[in-house]
Design a protein around this ligand. Sequence first.
Ligand code: UGA
Ligand code: MN
Length: 343
Amino acid sequence: MGSTRKLWLLILLGGCVLMLQYHVSSSWSAPGPAGPALPSSNSEGLVQAAVSRLQLDTSMAHTIGEKYLRELALQLGRELLATGGCDLPFSSTVWPEPPLYIITPTYKRPEQLPDLTRLAQTLMHVPNLVWLVIEDANVTSPLVNKLLDRTGIKYHLLTAPMPEQYKKKKVKPRGVSQRNRGLEWLRANATNGVLYFADDDNSYDVSLFEEIRTTRKVSMFPVGLCTKFGVSSPVVQNGTFIGFYDGWTGGRKFPVDMAGFAVNLEFLSTRPNAAMPYRAGFEEDGFLRSLSPFEPKDVELKADNCTKILVWHTQTKKNAPSAAVDLFKYNNTNILKLKDQLV
Ligand code: UGA
Ligand code: MN
């Protein structure tokens, strides 16, 4: 297809997406009563919000330029408004959601691509999200890059290798260098929104992401399949936080899992020294303590007062690296291409 035809197709598609978004906005733009309502006459705001949600096909966006495409979609939306071409559901509450920043540490292993595929295909359902995928490596992996490109998710692929001294340890502080790199990136590039540390191997219910979006300081919620108790969660009585339930306390002030909390970025910016320690088992506790002044009683409870499990600490079975391919026997076959995708 020639690029002019592609362009027109995209413009048309953009228009359809905008109209569709307005029509369905009452179902997926107004997730809860907690969000600030936009003034109902703010149709310009609606167009802006719709365009910011537009997930552009990356290969096309690269050819034509994402900024240019968004500008076109924006103009088209304004045009439709001006001509009365779309019937806005002004009665429903539509508001620009704060962005979610998901930090995912990852590393090369046979299970990496399947784990990232599962997580990516979950995140593809979440609007207004920026995914920071950070590899425990010196250079980014072309296979991971390709996988991310195909999702249409707004992402940044970064690297932050585990320092050599920790690699030698028997129990390693996994994902710490990457999460600290993610924090550094956020401090430099993000002003508002909510941060969530999502390891690449867990299983996430899409509704978790709408739950955490309204985090004002630090929110917490249950993580299933975690520790010998089978769940790690705040303990709630009569709607009030009274402690933590976790199979391993270890003298921690915040005995929670990495997947069990989210942090507001404006709050984080008031804690410029907050960071994660290289201390296996104490990463979450160390990070949450570094948010001081912040106490367990200040925790915002999510997932219906911590009665629902919206994230599971699944662990993918470890697989041996794939055996070498007989290059003579399989020369000129698909097997060589498949082997390129394996560890
Ligand atoms: C548990 C917690 O859920 C982790 O958040 C915590 O970092 C870890 O314990 C710990 O205390 O070290 P667990 O399932 O045991 O997690 O650990 P992994 O899933 O193997 O690793 C956590 C994250 O770090 C994953 O996203 C993984 O891809 C990454 N990782 C792991 C690396 O980047 N490099 C490694 O060498 C190992
Ligand atoms: Mn894990």
